[in-house]
Ligand binder design. Sequence first.
Ligand code: HEC
Length: 109
Amino acid sequence: MKKILLAATAICLTSGPVLAADPDTGKELYDEVQIERTYQGEHRTDIDCETCHDTDFFTRNDRKATTYAKLEAMVEGCNTNLDVGWFPEDVADVAAYMNREFYQFTPAE
Ligand code: HEC
């Protein structure tokens, strides 16, 4: 329910074709996510993004996301593969947060 309200708010606040990604909302989503899945043979309900990759992974030299667009695509990839359930605007917010925190691309890249 909370998720639906958040998404509705995001849609209402967004005007025009450009999504105004909000890194602060992205930080909340990133910090609060709890994914349910089997991990290393164990059923868990508390998996978060850093269960699989701690933050060093995002700043390593041969990271996969080499542009802002690729970063957003990688966030969307994990969102889809893991059934996180983030809406496109949530993914945009998380990408904005991860960019501010770790990647530091200029958004047009
Ligand atoms: C079950 C393990 C797992 C979880 C949980 C997970 N990821 Fe990933 N993630 C991966 C793997 C594996 C890759 C590397 C994919 C590849 O090499 O193509 C990856 C890659 C990434 C990358 C690209 C890193 C780079 O090289 O630049 C980003 C960004 C990312 N994940 C974001 C997230 C976010 C955000 C979450 C939390 C919702 C998340 N991931 C949760 C397994 C996971």
